[in-house]
Design a protein around this ligand. Structure first.
Ligand SMILES: [Zn+2]
Length: 309
């Protein structure tokens, strides 16, 4: 009797343990198959990638869960100026331009330059004020009128130059600071209205065609000079094309930002700005933005896409 009872007890315990084990492993399996890890593994991500993905913010994570495996997604996520809204464009552009670096692609797509320049340009946001973007994808409407235009004193500019009052104040300080270093700089070209820009552009276009004109001159509505915020700098003798060789240039390039100006079309950034290197063309954006752009060493187009837009 006692013997049977013990036997039964042992049986119950064994059955009990078996049931508990089955339930637990069932739960574990259920959890495993429903976990994010499992879903990612099934997509093809490896352990290391999964660990990275699980730490991402919700929106970035969702994009991965809702799309097929693509290792480039994580590469783009790592980029400093990554913008989630542009992810599809980055990936498409990468497929077509395999040799281009991830950071270059992010820069190009952010500014819209994955399309040909002047493709579907939009009217710029005038409410950005001194931070407005005027380039080959963003234009100023032809009826736009710059307010507070002033004529510059000959101490600061060649004949009859007009510029926005606020820009003038900072430009004067720049010229005076240069003078203290024994350097003389002048505004060579400043404000131009839409009509003057049209004349400049059409002259080139009539001479050698659209492609040629587009290389040299911005189309009307697309020149920063129409904003009253841009100034082409030279010395008395250098002209624009000789400015790069001057001591003045060496100084301006590393000091203009202290007065709110940036070198607008840097070397080797033509694919982003749409303009060839112009060592003479400076754009007023205010001291705060200018210092940041100088420090980050990016173009205004990139800065605008990431920090302003
Ligand atoms: Zn210029």
């Amino acid at each position: 009797m006692n013997y049977d009872k013990n036997k039964r007890m042992v049986l119950y315990v064994i059955i009990g343990i078996a049931v508990i084990t089955a339930v637990l492993s069932g739960l574990y399996a259920y959890q495993l198959f429903n976990s994010e890890e499992y879903a990612l593994k099934k997509k093809g991500y490896d352990e290391k990638q999964i660990a990275t993905i699980l730490k991402l913010d919700k929106e970035k994570k969702n994009y991965i869960f809702n799309n097929e495996y693509n290792e480039d997604i994580l590469k783009f996520y790592n980029e400093k100026y990554f913008i989630l809204d542009n992810i599809k464009k980055y990936l498409n552009y990468k497929t077509e331009n395999k040799q281009k670096s991830y950071s270059d692609i992010v820069a190009i797509v952010n500014v819209g330059a994955h399309e040909k320049f002047y493709t579907n340009p939009i009217k710029t946001s005038l409410d950005k004020g001194i931070l407005m973007l005027v380039n080959k994808f963003n234009y100023l409407p032809s009826e736009y009128e710059v307010d507070n235009l002033v004529t510059m004193n000959l101490q600061f500019a060649f004949n009859d130059k007009q510029i926005k009052q606020e820009v003038y104040e900072y430009f004067k300080e720049l010229v005076i600071a240069a003078k203290q270093e024994g350097l003389t700089i002048l505004a060579n070209s400043t404000y131009r209205d839409n009509n003057q820009q049209s004349i400049l552009y059409d002259n080139q276009k009539n001479r050698k065609g659209t492609e040629y004109a587009d290389k040299l001159v911005a189309r009307p509505g697309h020149s920063e000079h129409e904003t009253g915020l841009a100034v082409d700098i030279s010395t008395m003798k250098s002209g624009l094309s000789g400015f790069e060789e001057t001591e003045e240039f060496a100084w301006v390039k590393d000091n203009a930002h202290r007065f709110g100006f940036i070198l607008r079309y840097p070397e080797n950034k033509e694919h982003i700005t749409g303009f060839s290197y112009e060592p003479w063309h400076y754009r007023f954006v205010g001291v705060e933005a200018a210092e940041k752009i100088y420090e980050l060493d990016i173009t205004f187009d990139e800065y605008y896409a990431f920090y302003i837009k």
